[in-house]
Design a protein around this ligand. Structure first.
Ligand code: DC
Length: 210
């Protein structure tokens, strides 16, 4: 079975996907972490031109590990979620070379096993035949507040909100695989829902489809 969860930054999709995977015994694939891992490598090396990116990522080894991503044998965990990478990932994730390369990897990883994949274009592009498709949303204030509480730095709220607004704009307006609700997806607005309520709602849907 394939479960696709899409949604904007801070909608809770990765935490929900993780909890669901644990409950159901499925593999969880966080595609945002994959885009972030590539952005770490490419921005560190200053590789920005698409031709150079294509050469650099050809044959690159990337696999998911419990705390993050292993890329060329290097484990990336905290490095994936810095403010710098929040900015860099918007640049790299709109490039066709990067998206095509990851699309191939993501489909390969999802092949022949029960998976929950979360991202922006999972239901629309990566796994269009997923049996369960969820789009998680919430107001931008609530999403920024959730991220602020996660970071533990309450003073950072204004910058976190601004980053969320900027990424919403870039993610939904880019030409290739923009963030949008798939026609056959269930839209869940989590603004006033608890984590457990969201989890229960999705679990019920999974049981119906099984
Ligand atoms: O889910 P996240 O915030 O970790 O994702 C980081 C960025 O990666 C996000 O701003 C856009 C990009 N992304 C994407 O373009 N497509 C995906 N399937 C997942 C993430």
């Amino acid at each position: 079975m394939q479960i696709a969860i899409d949604g904007p930054a801070g909608s809770g999709k990765t935490s929900i996907a993780k909890a669901l995977a644990e409950k159901l015994g499925f593999i969880h694939l966080d595609t945002g972490a994959m885009f972030r891992a590539l952005s770490v490598i490419l921005s560190e090396e200053g590789v920005r031109d698409e031709k150079c990116i294509e050469e650099r990522i050809r044959g690159l080894e990337l696999r998911m590990i419990p705390q993050g991503v292993e890329i060329e044998g290097r484990e990336l965990t905290d490095e994936l979620r810095t403010e710098e990478i929040d900015r860099e990932v918007s640049y790299y994730s709109q490039l066709r070379t990067v998206r095509d390369w990851l699309l191939f990897k993501q489909r390969q990883m999802a092949d022949q096993q029960d998976v929950i994949m979360d991202g922006r274009d999972i239901a629309t592009v990566v796994l269009p035949r997923a049996e369960v498709k969820i789009f998680l949303d919430a107001s931008e204030d609530v999403r920024a507040m959730r991220r602020t509480l996660q970071s533990g730095r309450l003073d950072d709220y204004p910058e976190i909100l601004a980053d969320i607004q900027r990424r919403d704009q870039v993610d939904s307006q880019r030409e290739i695989a923009p963030l949008k609700v798939a026609e056959d997806a269930m839209l869940i607005d989590t603004t006033e829902m608890s984590f457990d309520e969201v989890l229960e709602t999705i679990l019920r849907l999974v049981e119906e489809k099984r």
